[in-house]
Design a protein around this ligand. Sequence first.
Ligand SMILES: [Zn+2]
Length: 420
Amino acid sequence: MSKDLKFLQLERLQAVLNRVYKEVPFYRALFDREKLDPEEFGDLSDLNKYPFTTREDLQKNYPYNMFAVPLREVVRIQASTGTTGEPIVAGYTRNDLAILADLNAKALKSMGLTKEDVVQISFHAGLFSSAFGIQSGAEKIGASVIPINFEDPKKQLKILQDYRTTTLVCTPSYALWLAEVLPQTNINPNSLMVKRIILCGEAFTEKQRSLIEEKFKARVYNLYAVMEIFGAAVAYECHERKGLHFQEEHFLVEVLNPETLLPVKAEEVGEIVITTLTKEALPLVRYRTGDLVIIKEGLCPCGNVTLLTSGILGRKDEILSVRGIKFHPSQVEKIIEETTGERLEMQIHLYRSEGVERITLLVALGESLFSDSFAEQEKVRERLEEHLYLELNLPIVVKFIERSSFERKDGKILKVVDKR
Ligand SMILES: [Zn+2]
């Protein structure tokens, strides 16, 4: 990080800490309890002494108690539909929205977007905040934006063709769904104008990236959003696509071991923790996003020197505990890849029978497996069960199914279905 950036961050951080102490009773109580005086904050490393903010804190302060400005200065309010507890409410002042548009415009420009582009933004309701952010950035550049909020993949593909869309923005699982449906339509993929697909809202693998790129003959980019922080473009992939660039003028980013909460070294998995530096309506101090990444060493050839990480690997709260054994779904994905040679989609079903916790693993039939004989498939299935047992010490029943049969929520394939 450059000296100038460090200085800018320190200046902004001091202002934020003083402001939340003054304006947000939650932070005043928290800082008082820890005997922290923001006036004494003198170095970026002093942030280590400050407590974290969690999703639960935002839920407890539903709807407006985390806001640092009076409601009359808030011009947009967005709520997430949480699966448990109260929803999380994010607010934006006029200035916040201007920054949101700037951050998105910067990210989209670095992916090559210009005013000549036609941008189809397709998100379901839960990702509206990202949709608005990306839309404002694309409009700032002067591109033509088509916002869409329905799911039907065939209709979506028809619009992609008819409107000569050059840029599609959606979730990775939705893009995979479109890729699956494309051959069932009479659309010739070569006739499509789409040249870039921007994925946002979930983690995806390099294997999934190349599958989508192949089907659509387009380049796939990663855009990272945290609804509670900013609808979109907290970090993004530039045209070099070497990893996520964080917009550090606006966010102070820490990557911490989720257990010890100490900084991780390069090439180690850590949780992204963000302190907002410029947000007015909802400033957050050391917000634990739950998203896991690996810090990358070296610089991106684009010349941008801000923090570079891998794409999101998964979520901290996805760590599962079965019969007292803890594992992350990404470990299961890795074992599947090692055993079958393919990065196949999967779904973990957890349930209880006769009082015992049990696991069934559904795995999508990949192209090579699909063409194999039943006896061949059986061999792979048995080998997979063996590997899973050796690696995780848990008996897991494996079943191959077709991709379209997976249980979905809002179009997303659920990685875990917990019926315990
Ligand atoms: Zn770059």
